[in-house]
Design a protein around this ligand. Structure first.
Ligand code: CAA
Ligand code: NAD
Length: 283
């Protein structure tokens, strides 16, 4: 399928990165967020990263200008009628995503693929909100999107081979490696990663060690590039909690129960780097 225009919905840390890699791959990108200021901020962040890339001679100033010229902020969801692909990156809540997919199904032409960047939610259920489940797919990027090579690609029950092949090819064009996984809670990435982060939070909750000590153990002892609590702050503690709840509910297994300290931080609004405070504080 010929892919020319894409709409990224949700311009938080993931949506901004996805818009950047899509525009870098030559696609025209509409960026839509309920919060227009957030969409504007995401483009400022993209500009800053591209400027750094120019300074390091990774791209030329002309390439930077070309990439930015392909990114357009819009306040109208109805512009999704112009695109070949939508990549959704809004909050990790099934009802909110399903509602959005229902709307998109009405707005978009029949050929448009609807992809979700969900970290853990069932693609089959999101697809069921539309009349085109064969064109709904999981396209799960990793954070930070411009750096991490993996895209988990998840078929729902009805996703067609054509849709899968198109998304796999697009991931390659974005210089990513697509790995196919089945539609199961948390897929592979978060089924493995998130219980590790949750357990790190339990270590703090139960007084086994301080936040810094837990991170040092995993960085210096296991060679992780970031400690699990720093990583949780980067991901967003609200997103971490949503993922744990989806694993807990999806498998009905107590081993996935979210740590009470994680709940408490989210209730306090301490959701990590994006709010200025999580396990650490940020300027
Ligand atoms: N966007 C774009 N570029 C970024 C970036 C961002 N948000 N953050 C860092 N970079 C770039 C830097 O500019 C730098 O580029 P150069 O090499 O050109 O200088 C490069 O990345 C390395 O950055 P730093 O030198 O500042 O820092 P670092 O060496 O510590 O690397 C890191 C940063 C790549 C993020 C590294 O710490 C890391 O790999 N952390 C773990 C990330 C991880 O596990 N991600 C998965 C999260 S889970 C997930 O995404 C799934 C989910 O559903 C929750
Ligand atoms: P975020 O909180 O940084 O951004 C979410 C954005 O969506 C916000 O700007 C918000 O205004 C916007 N939004 C919320 N509801 C909306 C709606 N109905 N329509 C339009 N915009 C809406 O979140 P994020 O970390 O970028 O995560 C987004 C998605 O990506 C989630 O599904 C998450 O699970 C997934 N994800 C996150 C990570 C991560 O490390 N943070 C990694 C991979 C996947």
């Amino acid at each position: 399928m010929n892919m020319n225009k894409v709409m990224v919905i949700g311009a938080g840390q993931m949506g901004g990165g996805i818009a950047q890699v899509a525009a870098t791959a030559g696609l025209h990108v509409y960026v839509f967020d309920l919060n227009l200021e957030q969409a504007q901020q995401s483009v400022i962040t993209i500009e800053r990263f591209l400027e750094k890339a120019v300074a390091k001679k990774k791209i030329t100033a002309t390439e930077k200008a070309d990439i930015l010229s392909r990114i357009h902020i819009t306040g109208e969801l109805s512009r999704a009628k112009e695109v070949d692909l939508v990549i959704e990156a809004i909050v990790e809540k099934l009802d909110v995503k399903s509602q959005l997919f229902r709307q998109l199904d009405k707005i978009c032409p029949p050929h448009t693929i609807l992809a979700s960047n969900t970290s853990s939610l069932p693609i089959t259920e999101i697809a069921a909100a539309t009349s085109r489940p064969q064109k709904v797919i999981g396209m799960h990027f990793m954070n930070p999107v411009p750096i991490m090579r993996l895209v988990e690609v998840i078929r729902g029950l009805a996703t067609s081979d054509e849709t899968f092949n198109t998304i796999e090819q697009l991931a390659k064009t974005m210089n990513k490696v697509a790995v196919e996984v089945n539609d199961n809670p948390g897929f592979v990435s978060n089924r493995v990663l998130m219980p590790m982060i949750n357990e790190a939070i339990y270590c703090v909750y139960e007084g086994v060690a301080t936040v810094e000590a837990v991170d040092d153990v995993m960085k210096l002892g296991m060679n992780h590039p970031m400690g699990p609590l720093t990583l949780a702050d980067h991901i967003g503690l609200d997103t971490c909690l949503s993922i744990m709840e989806i694993l807990h509910e999806g498998f009905a297994d107590s081993k996935y129960r979210p740590c009470p300290l994680l709940r408490k931080y989210v209730k306090a609004g301490w959701v990590g780097k994006k709010s200025g405070r999580g396990f650490y504080t940020y300027d």
